[in-house]
Design a protein around this ligand. Structure first.
Ligand SMILES: CC(C)(COP(=O)(O)OP(=O)(O)OC[C@H]1O[C@@H](n2cnc3c(N)ncnc32)[C@H](O)[C@@H]1OP(=O)(O)O)[C@@H](O)C(=O)NCCC(=O)NCCS
Length: 332
């Protein structure tokens, strides 16, 4: 990945080994990823689930998970302490101990509380329930980083190019906010740019629309243009096109020469801020499925802890990669 990316992540983790909660302890892909992690010693998995079931599944699938810590939310010995803290965090919402106990029987809530209690460094959540259900515990328990008003989600797309260097793109918000406001788009822009830098790219940022620099009209065009201009004012150090761009003007030098000849970003954009969740989610999936990009994400941005979820379609290698990037991103 452009001389950066996973090599750098692994180096960081070797210097500062971490623990990661894997909420889906019986998932074969998680077991395979865990066996690889255990063999390499820089990121130790903590598997959630019934120990007998996990052992049986790993033996059947032929993955050696010896040395992995297994925690069963159903028999956890410090559950009372966890229930008390959860109720304290959610006291404004009137969470009762009975409700807390029920929620903590779900691995994503249990794992998130482990992070909150400092029992693990980071977490990779399950893909077996909807995105809303996987991120809700983090939004409720962990909340945003100081200075941030929202959590959003980007996807990093990687494809080998003819030059031998990988082509790396970032897209957001592909997972959380349905129709971000101008201020939310500005926040998404900065968080996505910071995330993209970890993967070895110098972000060139386009705010996408069906209009290029006023060629089309509408509320959504105004929203994207205003966000692009505001982001450029707020982050002069970032390369941001100060108006809205269509996708072809953003990535095709020929189209950009015609439509925005003086731009330093148009034609060469690699970081894309989409107007809404529909467009962003479809956009990354089109690139992944039809453009042969590998997709890493959803990577949660703006959250005050390292928590991500792997997606339904991920294979074991992608789960392994997601575990590594979850642990290494934001690791000082
Ligand atoms: C993120 C999402 C799950 C929140 O949904 P929700 O739980 O129904 O919404 P609520 O308004 O009840 O929010 C629950 C909590 O999360 C917080 N929250 C909601 N959206 C948030 C955001 N974008 N950033 C930070 N916190 C957020 C709320 O403030 C609330 O906190 P509180 O309970 O302490 O008051 C919702 O926006 C969603 O479903 N988004 C689309 C996800 C999706 O389908 N993605 C598909 C792509 S894979």
């Amino acid at each position: 990945m452009n001389g950066n990316g996973f090599g750098t992540f692994i180096e960081k983790l070797r210097k500062n080994p971490q623990t990661i909660v894997m909420t889906e302890g019986t998932d074969e892909r998680v077991l395979e990823a865990s066996s690889r992690l255990l063999a390499s010693n820089f990121l130790k998995p903590i598997l959630l689930g019934n120990p007998d079931e996990i052992q049986k599944k790993s033996e059947e699938a032929g993955f050696n998970i010896r040395g992995a810590q297994i925690v069963d939310p159903m028999t956890y010995d410090k559950i009372d302490e966890m229930v008390d803290l959860f109720c304290e965090i959610r006291k404004d919402k009137g969470l009762t101990p009975e409700e807390a106990r029920e929620l903590l029987s779900h691995p994503n809530y249990f794992g998130t509380m482990m992070i909150k209690m400092g029992l693990a460094d980071c977490m990779l959540g399950s893909s077996s329930i909807s995105t809303s259900d996987t991120v809700r515990p983090a939004l409720q328990i962990i909340k945003t980083k100081p200075g941030r008003s929202i959590v959003s989600a980007c996807v990093i797309l990687v494809r080998p190019s003819a030059t031998g260097e990988n082509e790396v793109l970032a897209m957001a918000d592909c997972g959380i906010n349905e129709r971000p406001t101008v201020d939310q788009l500005v926040e998404i822009c900065e968080d996505t740019a910071n995330c993209a830098k970890n993967f070895g790219i110098s972000p060139k940022i386009a705010f996408l629309s069906y209009s290029t620099k006023g060629s089309g009209h509408g509320e959504d065009v105004d929203r994207m243009r205003n966000a692009a201009n505001k982001a450029r004012e707020e982050y002069p150090e970032l390369m941001i096109e100060g108006d809205e761009l269509q996708f072809d003007a953003a990535v095709s030098p020929r189209v950009a020469r015609q439509k925005c000849p003086n731009s330093k970003v148009a034609g060469y954009a690699n970081t894309f801020i989409f107007p809404d969740l529909n467009a962003a989610n479809m956009g990354y999936k089109i690139a992944q499925r039809m453009g042969n990009f590998e997709a890493y994400g959803l990577i949660l941005l703006g959250l005050n802890a390292r928590i991500n979820n792997f997606s339904w379609g991920s294979n074991a290698m992608e789960v392994y990669s997601m575990a590594i990037l979850t642990a290494a991103l934001d690791l000082s």
